[in-house]
Design a protein around this ligand. Structure first.
Ligand code: NIG
Ligand code: FE
Length: 422
């Protein structure tokens, strides 16, 4: 929600300002490590945008003229807010029962086949009201803000029928109005096969295409269309139909791809010039090459591997070395990745995926902004861009992933207004 127009802020004397400034193109290969660091830096905002970024001393006079509110950033790192380009924010209840069963030895797919997993979340959503779903979402959004996330994608996917998916889109619409963060809605009706359609996946897909996608498109309830293209979920051919139908309604494709098995989903993402292909655990060498040649953002979600207790992680190094556009996101959801903390994702990306801290930060800001088709406005601190700024209580950006499991964020500013301060 936008209140009165924000004034001017002066982030002053930061140990490091990470500008992420550069050409307006996604970061690949070595460019991923370039954070555009200004030591003893400052950021001056005016209204909703960044006015100037530079040596703190050089901004003093202008800040005074503007009567900017000065924020003392000594001992801190100032950087763009995190862009979390993959979340399943709206669900009714945790799945701690599934969690415990997995800890006793059952796999994610076994639990799903037995009626747990996504279908359990769908049963819970069916019983929940729009206002109770929104209330829970609002609580999570406060935490996202407190951890430095300023923009997040939000998927449906626990409705699994036309009315329930529309209900989830309505929850997202309400949250966009009440939250100070920016929410990007994605329709993920093809997430799991509802029990009523057992053995008839094509019939479910047909229903979505005829009755849901046109409504979501016409009413502009979603911006992106996503499918869970995997073993136990939907085939490449059915997902192709969904993406095509989405495109006809102006929805931009993105995909859950190659998470549990290799299906060819990442090639489908390339075929559609999708905004992103997400997970990518089971990529082949040829897939990596195809992604690297494309503009599809390879979005890695290592929170899921961590929470599922897997020993294998997506091939970040191979993707970076091949020249793919790599992004990182939480995948916040009750089944595989119940974390909303992008800082923790950076720690896993470094320690388990062997990304370096600079690569991880680019992947969680500017490249994620590309994945949401918002890089012209978000993801870096440059004059004219939106003033989405966070202040982190570390004096060297590498300490963000290094001191893992704690919240370093002291202040979160969205579009020039303070939305969280701790
Ligand atoms: O991204 N892979 C599919 N969807 C989610 C998991 C959803 C759930 O288990 O509730 C994911 O990991
Ligand atoms: Fe997901």
């Amino acid at each position: 929600m936008r209140h009165s127009a924000p004034g001017s802020l002066f982030f002053r004397n930061a140990e490091q300002v990470l500008t992420l400034a550069g050409l307006p193109v996604p970061r690949r290969g070595k460019a991923l490590s370039q954070l555009g660091i200004i030591p003893q830096g400052g950021v001056l905002t005016q209204g909703t945008t960044v006015l100037e970024v530079g040596q703190s001393r050089a901004l003093e006079a202008k800040a005074r003229r503007l009567k900017a509110e000065a924020i003392d950033c000594r001992g801190s790192v100032v950087m763009p807010g995190f862009v979390d380009s993959h979340t399943h924010l709206v669900f009714a209840a945790s799945r701690v029962g599934d969690y415990e069963e997995r800890l006793r030895g059952k796999t994610y797919e076994e639990i799903a086949r037995a009626g747990g997993g996504i279908r359990l979340s769908a049963r819970k959503v069916r019983q929940a009201s729009i206002s109770s779903l929104a209330r829970q979402g609002e609580g999570f959004l406060k935490q996202f803000a407190a951890h430095g996330t300023t923009t997040l994608e939000v998927k449906t996917g626990y409705g699994l029928d036309v009315a329930q998916e529309l209900k989830l889109l309505e929850v997202i619409r309400r949250l966009s109005k009440t939250s100070k963060l920016e929410l990007v809605p994605t329709l993920l009706a093809a997430h799991a096969l509802p029990a009523e359609y057992a053995g008839r996946p094509a019939a479910y897909i047909e229903t979505i295409i005829l009755e849901l996608i046109p409504v979501a498109g016409r009413k502009k309830l979603a911006e992106f269309i996503d499918c869970f293209c995997d073993r136990g979920a939907f085939s490449v051919e059915l997902c192709r139909r969904v993406l095509r139908a989405g495109e006809r309604q102006g929805l931009i494709p993105r995909l859950h791809a190659e998470q549990l098995s290799h299906t060819g989903a990442s090639r489908l993402a390339v075929e559609f010039e999708a905004a992103s292909a997400d997970h990518l655990d089971k990529l082949s060498t040829a897939d990596i090459r195809a992604l690297a040649r494309s503009d599809v953002v390879a979005t890695l979600l290592p929170g899921a591997n961590f929470h599922l207790g897997l020993s294998a992680y997506p091939p970040a190094r191979k993707l970076i070395e091949a020249g793919a556009i790599v992004a990182l996101a939480t995948d916040f959801n009750p089944g595989t990745s119940p974390t909303l903390n992008m800082q923790f994702i950076l720690s896993v990306a470094c320690s388990a995926l062997r990304m370096n801290p600079a690569e991880a930060i680019s992947a969680a800001t500017i490249n994620a902004a590309f994945a949401l088709r918002r890089a012209n406005r978000l993801g870096s601190l440059e004059p004219g861009k939106q003033a989405d700024v966070i202040m982190m209580d570390v004096s060297d950006y590498r300490e963000i992933p290094y001191y893992f499991g704690v919240n370093h964020c002291r202040m979160t500013v969205k579009a020039g207004a303070v939305v969280s301060c701790q």
